[in-house]
Design a protein around this ligand. Structure first.
Ligand SMILES: Nc1ncnc2c1ncn2[C@@H]1O[C@H](COP(=O)(O)OP(=O)(O)O)[C@@H](O)[C@H]1O
Ligand code: SF4
Ligand SMILES: [Mg+2]
Length: 310
């Protein structure tokens, strides 16, 4: 299968879990389209999202404000008495820990990788990552520091040239998110890498909601359309856009209309906020800002909507 990523995580064709969709054996564009249809239909039918919202992926084009949204939403959720776990799956940008006001980064999960073998036995002390269900309390403290009601996990960063691709890191993210067994008041917020590569690798497969952060730019809106299409194809029916860096009501209305034409529902708006920009420049938490208040409003609304519909 080479570098192909089976949507069901099968190492090889016809291995356990293979649904014979034909994606990995497709030789023409038509065969690939047909196989993709089979995958979408299967995933829709076998959706694994929970009834309540406990796993949220924040996605979007680079620089739109994903990490800002994750940080402010994490704070808003702690105010609603949730125990929040932020998971940094972005293999490039290093600064989320500073937004979250942690002194240093956690030990990256990528350090487990050489032991992350399907065939071999895990080494002592690393077997928690292989558990069929992983509770937050199973994760050793060095991987999951905690502060002000927020716990922080980091998959890892590409640090050196020739280090290889980040596929294995995505496998760790996907496996952990899928098998994470959260208590009733726990929520995981996943800060994804820019673009749609994480969808190609299936990281969002088991999330309950996908938020696509969109700034006023054609590329950001076009990407949001793709993200929502992909999320729905994975069987995630709670997916929508959060507008960010919005400079005026006129632009807001235009963005909502453009996204609607692309079948994307707008779930909330964060205006351009010089205080957030300043905090971003200095690499410190974007708190005490108008944007923080707006994210609090959006978070309350999202959690209320969910409670009412479950
Ligand atoms: N509402 C906003 N107003 C002003 N600047 C913002 C806003 N949201 C994000 N930014 C700034 O935009 C930059 C990119 O934000 P970030 O959250 O790091 O994006 P991403 O994680 O999507 O790459 C940062 O410098 C951040 O401070
Ligand atoms: S046929 Fe589909 S399910 Fe089976 S290994 Fe290939 S991509 Fe995966
Ligand atoms: Mg980021």
């Amino acid at each position: 299968m080479g570098v192909f990523h089976c949507p069901f995580g099968c190492p090889y064709y016809e291995d356990e879990g293979c649904i014979d969709c034909g994606l990995c054996t497709a030789e023409t564009e038509e065969e690939m389209v047909e196989a993709s249809k089979k995958v979408r239909a299967y995933l829709k039918e076998h959706a694994i999202q929970g009834k309540s919202i406990q796993k949220i992926a924040v996605c979007g084009k680079g620089g739109t404000g994903k990490s800002t949204m994750v940080t402010l939403m994490a704070q808003a959720l702690t105010k609603l008495n949730y125990s929040v776990l932020v998971m940094d799956t972005d293999e490039s940008n290093p600064g989320l820990y500073r937004f979250l006001d942690f002194e240093k980064t956690p030990k990256p999960l990528s350090t487990l990788m050489s032991r992350f073998s399907y065939k071999g036995q895990p080494e002592e002390g690393t077997d928690w990552i292989m558990l069929p269900e992983i509770k937050v309390s199973d994760i050793p403290p060095e991987f999951i520091p905690s502060q002000n009601g927020i716990k922080f996990l980091m998959v890892g960063k590409i640090e050196d040239p020739f280090q290889g691709c980040a596929c294995e890191m995505s496998d760790v993210s996907r496996g952990l998110v899928l098998r994470l067994k959260l208590a009733e008041n726990e929520i995981i917020l996943i800060d994804t890498e820019a673009g749609i590569e994480s969808f190609g690798r299936g990281v969002e497969r088991s999330v309950d909601m996908v938020l696509s952060v969109v700034e006023p730019a054609f590329e950001a809106m076009a990407l949001a359309e793709k993200i929502i299409y992909m999320a729905e194809g994975m069987g995630i029916n709670r997916a929508g856009a959060v507008l960010n860096k919005v400079p005026s009501e006129n632009i807001k209305e235009k963005m909502i209309a453009e996204l609607k034409a692309r079948n994307v529902q707008t779930l909330g708006t964060i205006h351009f906020d010089p205080k957030v920009q300043e905090a971003g420049f200095e690499g410190r938490p974007p708190i005490n800002s108008k944007a923080a208040e707006e994210v609090e409003g959006i978070t309350k609304l999202l959690m209320n909507i969910v409670q009412q519909t479950t």
